[in-house]
Every structure is written in C-alpha cells, then in structure tokens.
Design a protein around this ligand. Sequence first.
Ligand code: NAD
Length: 257
Amino acid sequence: MARVAGKKAFITGGAQGLGACFARMLADEGAKVAISDINIEGARETAAAINEVHKDAAIAIEHDVTKKEDWERALSEANDFMDGVSVLINNAGIGTAGSIESETYENWRLTQSIDVDSIFVGTQLAMPYLKQNQPASIINISSVAGLIADGMMVSYNAAKAAVWMMSKSIALHCARSGYDIRCNSVHPVFTRTPIIDPLIQHGGGGETGEAKLVRQIPLKRLGEPEDVGYCILYLASDESRFVTASEFKIDGGITAQ
Ligand SMILES: NC(=O)c1ccc[n+]([C@@H]2O[C@H](COP(=O)([O-])OP(=O)(O)OC[C@H]3O[C@@H](n4cnc5c(N)ncnc54)[C@H](O)[C@@H]3O)[C@@H](O)[C@H]2O)c1
C-alpha cells in the first residue's frame, strides 16, 4: 500500500532542491502534487519528470509566495487539479547572510516576507481547503537555524524561529477547534541543494568549503534532500496521525552539542 495514496499535496518552492525532492517522493508513494514556484520553468520541469513516471500526478503553478493574490489563484488551481488540498508544505524560502551590524533592513524585510509572512498568509488562505479535506497536514520547513543561532544569520535565525513557534500556534488552534488538521515544523541542517552554495563558497569553495560545513555535524556529512523527504512522507501520511505541534530535527546531531 502506498504511504500517501489519496493525499493531495501543495508544495511551495518545488522547482528545485528540497521542494522538488518532496514532490517526487510523495508522488512515488501515491500522492497528487501541486508544485508551486516563482520559477515556473523549474516547476514545470519537476512536474514533467514526475508525470513521465506517474501519469497526471503533478501540476506546476506559477506562484510568488509573498503575494496574496497569487496564493488565492494557486490554491484554487491546485484544488481543481487534485480535487482538493489535504497537505500543505510551506517550503519556499531564502537565506541572507549578515550580522546585526552588517545586515540591511531590505534583506531583513525580504527574508521575513518570503520565509514567515508567506506562511501566515498562505496557511490562512489554505485553511478552508484543508478543512474540506480532513485528515490534513501542514508541514512548515524551518531550519536548525530556527533553534540555534549564528552571528551572521540574524534575519534567517529570526525568520526560522518564527516559523517554528507559528507552527505550534496553528497546531493548537486546529486541535482545539476539533479539526483533524495537524501542523508540524521540520528543521534540516546543511542539505545538498543550491541554497548552501554561497556557504560553501564562503568557506573556500568546493571540497574545502564543504568540509567546513561537515565539520560542524556529528554524523560527518551533509544532509541529502531524501533525508528530509522521509520525514515529509511520514508527516504527510496518516502514520503521523497523533503527531502535532512538534519539531523534527533532520540535523545529523548538530543541535545536541
Ligand atoms: N538546503 C538546506 O541546507 C536547508 C537547511 C535548512 C532549511 N532549509 C529550508 O528548506 C527550504 C527549501 O530550501 P532549498 O534548500 O530547497 O533551497 P533552494 O534555493 O534550492 O529552493 C528554494 C525554492 O524556493 C523558491 N522561491 C524563492 N522565493 C520564492 C517566492 N517568493 N515565491 C515562490 N517560490 C520562491 C525558489 O525559486 C526555489 O525553487 C527553505 O525554506 C530553506 O530555508 C534548507
């Protein structure tokens, strides 16, 4: 039996990296997937690759998560294509580098807008769809940076910590309202996607840059997108039916130190 058969997943930032991997893994386990991204070409490529293997399982939707009107249209398109939305994966995100002295206010606002405000706006707009498609699951992609700080990540630390606690508030509201809608946050460490390229460059590039990241991780390797994807499969499926308001660290042990 496929683990997420019948699930209808809306995934933001699905053109590449983690979001594209989540879409593939969910489709492989029986879900329909709506892949939204500001990069529509990338989203189309991800959807086409999935549809080659699972006919009509995926749709690509152009979507800037900072725009309310985009959310309204994207959710409606996804609902039409999948005949509902039962899983919302708030994955689109960016990170800027800067300390409290060097970070610009523009980068601070941009990070909060893409990483935090979008989840508030999008989840609020998705609630009617999720209520119609219970049991439902909201999965918010935070980061270990929401749990442990770095002097050069003031905007990203603040944004990902906000996602962590917002997820718990959403979860408690749903539980107390009697909805079978769960909400959890996922906290990856450095995982092999384009988002960590600037960090590798900053550390000297190539193997040298990668080694500087790996040195911080007890399991002594970078995360692979699938490492996070297995957590997403669990949270999207009914296997996690008693799990809400929790945080899942996919971090090779880094937050234990
Ligand atoms: N890769 C890691 O090491 C890592 C670690 C912890 C957390 N995360 C988080 O995982 C999530 C996915 O990151 P990733 O590693 O796949 O990065 P990525 O840069 O490969 O992918 C991010 C995707 O989000 C999209 N996006 C950016 N701004 C958008 C917007 N305004 N509207 C819609 N889409 C937009 C991009 O086009 C891209 O496809 C992010 O929230 C990131 O903060 C990643």
